[in-house]
Design a binder for this molecule. Structure first.
Ligand code: FE
Length: 129
């Protein structure tokens, strides 16, 4: 999916634009989903691609919604990020290239991974909705 910068600005809220298109990070404990426990699928706020399931969500204590794995590996991409003096793995929506957050190898369960995602890069669709 290709959109111009002006199109993204028109579609997204200012906060979504900053996170998704400018690799921003929302303040912890402020987003819609860090403390959300309803069942459902979390989609990309930019393009609607399904990214994470509530089945894989866990309380990381970080103030950001956290998941052990993507719902489909093909939908979520990873790339090295050396900004802010850190070496991290950035997580992006493969369909639209939107920045979602970062992934760290300190998660629970079999995957051992923690996908630390900005709430505003997601929209949750409730089961049965
Ligand atoms: Fe997307």
């Amino acid at each position: 999916m290709e959109r111009t910068d002006d199109e993204w600005r028109a579609i997204l809220t200012p906060e979504q634009y900053t996170v998704l298109r400018q690799q921003g990070t929302e303040a912890p404990f402020t987003g819609a989903y860090w403390d959300d426990h309803a069942p459902g699928m979390y989609h990309c706020a930019g393009c609607g691609t399904p990214l994470f399931s509530s089945d894989d969500k866990f309380d990381s204590g970080t103030g950001w919604p956290s998941f052990t794995r993507p719902v489909e590996d093909d939908n979520v991409g990873a790339r090295e990020d050396s900004s802010h003096g850190m070496r991290r793995i950035e997580v992006v929506c493969k369909a639209c290239g939107g920045h979602l957050g970062h992934v760290f190898p300190d998660g629970p369960g079999p995957s051992g991974m923690r996908y630390c995602i900005n709430s505003c890069s997601l929209t949750r669709e409730e089961v049965g909705a």
